[in-house]
Design a protein around this ligand. Structure first.
Ligand SMILES: [Zn+2]
Length: 295
């Protein structure tokens, strides 16, 4: 992926270079990634390419992957383990209720940092040492990628953390599928369907209600359910606040606009507070990563 393009260009398949594919019946292990990484580094790192009159220089600057792949690449313990967040050192296991609130600029006079910010407490050398010693969330096999990229210098996987994480949990509760974690998202299903039918979106989004994949689930949540939460009074106010805050965070990441950091922080805090008031179980590792403002 070419990381210096605008984000909507970066994700287009014509701008993604395929280096190789690995076929496997199980999730790849850290050892497998350690074997492959030197080959990728040799091909990509510090390479100069010439295409027509253009010269390109390539370098590995970050890593994007879904959660299981990212964990094995970096040699992290399972996501529910203590200190297994890529961005902070929250000691919570399954429900990570603590952790840092934001990345800080230490030159600002009013900065604050909770002691669990991984990039502050375990800056580069500390993180390499943690990886070698298998402590602070790292597993037994040291990962080679840690010599090159810090785990906290990687983007958050919104598709899995929101689309196939927290948003999916909320969608299931709204539609009465499975046991709810609380009564927060209880709604009369007929009224919900009526409200959804009132929402008109551009035709490219006409199929999203089927929620066939993570992209659909995220779009259904951040567009349709956001509109329902704003327009109709059929949901509990806590649920409306949480849906609006999560959707606005997700929408911001799908757009190119830049707003003040304080706004993101308050959206994260609002969503987290309303969810946590109803049940700590909403704060799974996926929800924690997205709502602790690890951006
Ligand atoms: Zn964290």
């Amino acid at each position: 992926m070419l990381a210096d393009l605008p984000s909507n260009q970066m994700q287009k398949s014509c701008n993604i270079l395929l280096e190789g594919m690995v076929e496997s019946t199980t999730n790849p292990t850290t050892t497998l990634w350690n074997t492959i990484l030197p080959m990728i580094i040799q091909d990509v790192e510090d390479e100069e390419l010439h295409v027509g009159k253009f010269s390109l220089k390539t370098s590995i600057v970050t890593v994007s992957a879904d959660q299981p792949a990212k964990r094995s690449l970096f040699g992290f313990k399972a996501h529910q383990a203590s200190q297994s967040c890529f961005f902070c050192l929250s000691t919570g296991t399954f429900h990570k209720l603590g952790g840092s609130s934001k990345k800080v600029n230490t030159t600002e006079a009013n900065y604050f940092v909770e002691l669990s910010e991984r990039s502050e407490v375990r800056s580069r050398d500390g993180t390499i040492l943690d990886s070698e010693q298998g402590v602070n969330g790292f597993g037994d096999t040291p990962a080679r990628i840690v010599q090159l990229i810090m785990p906290y210098d990687t983007p958050i996987d919104m598709l899995h953390n929101f689309g196939e994480g927290l948003c999916e949990v909320i969608i299931r509760e709204l539609f009465g599928r499975g046991a709810p974690k609380s009564g927060m998202f209880h709604v009369e299903i007929d009224k919900l369907r009526e409200a959804i039918n009132e929402i008109v979106l551009p035709s490219q989004f006409s199929e999203i209600e089927n929620c066939r994949n993570g992209t659909d689930k995220l779009a259904f949540f951040r567009l349709t359910l956001l509109s329902v939460a704003i327009r109709f009074e059929i949901l509990n106010p806590h649920a409306r606040f949480a849906i609006i805050a999560i959707s606005m965070l997700a929408n911001k990441m799908c757009a190119s606009g830049v707003g003040p950091e304080l706004f993101d922080e308050q959206l994260c805090s609002a969503a987290q507070w309303f969810l946590q008031e109803n049940s700590n179980e909403y704060l799974s590792c996926k929800a924690h990563v997205s709502l602790k403002n690890h951006y």
